[in-house]
Structure formats: C-alpha cells, structure tokens
Design a protein around this ligand. Structure first.
Ligand SMILES: N[C@@H](CCC(=O)N[C@@H](CS)C(=O)NCC(=O)O)C(=O)O
Length: 255
C-alpha cells in the first residue's frame, strides 16, 4: 500500500502528488496542516525525522525527499515511464530534477513563508516557544523564527531572485523545440520543476511573465498547466485544501 504524508498545495507536496497522478496511482492521503505544525509531531517525526513534507510510505517503509520519492515511484511503478532509459539521457534529465532540488525552494521560500507570520502571531509566547522547540533541525528552526516576524533579510530575498533567475534562464536556454524539457518525452524533469516555476511566475512576474522575454518558459508553463493531472493536483481539493496561499512578492526581481 502507498501512503503519502503531505501538505497538499505546498511545492514539494505537489511535486510528488503530480507524479502519483500522472501514473494513476491510488494512495492513502495523510494531509498535515503546516499552520498547525502537525509535521513536527512525534508520529510524523518517526516517519521523517527532518520534520518536512512529503514522505511516502510504501508497504510500511518510508521513502524521503521529493526528488528521490519520484524516482522511487518511477522505478517501482514503471508505467507510464517518466525517465529515459538511455543512461546519457537519464543523466541529462537528472540535471533538471537537481536544478529543482537545489534551487526551487530557495526561489520561493521568503515569499511563501511570509504567509505563516499571521499564523504564528496568534500563538501565545508559551505556544511559540513550544512550537520552536519541536522543530527538529537548526536550519528549519531559523526559518520558522524568521517567519514569525517576517525577518527574511535582503540577502534571503536576493538569493530567491538569483535562484528564480537561474531556473528560468536554464529552461529558456535548454528546452529547445520542446514540448517538454527532455523534448518529446514528458518526464520527471517537467514534474519536479513545475511547482517552483509556477510560483516564480506569481512572485516574480519580471523574471517570468509578460515582458520578461522568456517565451519558451511561459509556453512550457502553459502546456504544463493544461495537463489534466496538473489541473487536478494543483487545484484545492479535499486531499489538498488551500492552506498555503501564495502572497504577493515582497522583493522585486530587479531590486
Ligand atoms: N528537500 C525536501 C524539502 C521538503 C520541504 O522543505 N518541504 C516543505 C514544504 S515544500 C516543508 O515541509 N515545510 C515546512 C517546514 O519546513 O517546517 C524535499 O524535497 O522533500
């Protein structure tokens, strides 16, 4: 049995939910509400000690990290195939998924996490201390602290802009004739990059939007948004309530 612990419309959750949808795989959904810090509870930490979503559990065995979960799914459930079999092509595809893994979150975190500030503001000082103490890694503890007063620095915002530009410029230069990132074959490259590119278009219209001189990336994004599996995975649903709403960009790409 497949079980997915996820937070619905968060970028990393959508990455895996889309892979499952494209393969037509059924799974037991465990929605974790990040606004209630459910992913920091002991039950979930026993599955993913890093306290981040998503986590796949297959026949009782946890599989972590969205990029690796998608590769695992494609290995264990090979139909339809979402990776090339040719080793060189596979290495090239993994360069795209690595781009998503290395730079995707950096591009969107400062703007997305601003959303948590009003949620954290409602906590009493004791509840806040308890929440912070339960965050299992130093890196995420710092992030939750920054989210608490939206103290992401100019440097954090600049890193987000740089990461967004890197992702979009790589796609613009690398997609060729398309229609997908690996050419005729729709692969994990498309699935893994979509959540971040989709948000980059919202947060940084001057990097990806009308006037940004990125027609290939925009056309790819529209093709992706038109896929039935994307429409079902990216829309709010019972499985994925609209708990994380992208907010307006707080730093211009040209700042
Ligand atoms: N490298 C991890 C990153 C997972 C991750 O950061 N997930 C975010 C949602 S996109 C999360 O759990 N955020 C809540 C938190 O950090 O407390 C992956 O790709 O699975």
């Amino acid at each position: 049995m497949l079980e997915l612990y996820h937070a619905g419309l968060t970028t990393c959750s959508k990455k895996v939910r889309l892979c499952l949808a494209e393969k037509g795989l059924d799974y037991r959904s465990h929605f974790l509400d990040l606004r209630k810090f459910e992913h920091h509870g002991p039950e979930y930490l026993a599955i993913n000690p890093n306290g981040v979503v998503p986590a796949l559990v297959h026949d009782g065995e946890p599989v972590l990290e969205s990029m690796l979960i998608n590769e695992y799914l494609d290995t264990v459930f090979p139909t339809p195939p979402l990776r090339p079999t040719n080793p060189l092509e596979l290495a090239r595809m993994r360069l795209w998924t690595k781009l998503a893994d290395n730079y995707g979150l950096a591009a969107v975190v400062p703007n997305t996490w601003a959303f948590y500030q009003p949620v954290i503001a409602k906590l009493s000082p004791q509840e806040y201390e308890r929440m912070i103490a339960r965050v299992p890694t130093d890196e995420r503890r710092e992030q939750w602290k920054k989210a608490s007063d939206n103290s992401f620095t100019q440097d954090d915002h600049q890193k987000a802009v740089d990461a967004a530009k890197r992702i979009v410029s790589k796609i613009e230069a690398g997609i060729g004739e398309g229609p997908w990132l690996m050419g005729a074959a729709y692969t994990l490259a498309d699935i893994d990059l979509l959540p971040y590119v989709d948000r980059i278009a919202t947060y940084f219209p001057d990097i990806l939007g009308p006037g940004s001189k990125t027609p290939r990336t925009e056309a790819w994004l529209e093709r992706m948004r038109g896929r039935p599996a994307v429409k079902s995975t990216y829309a709010p649903s019972v499985d994925a309530p609209a708990s994380v709403v992208p907010v307006a960009a707080t730093a211009s790409a040209t700042a």
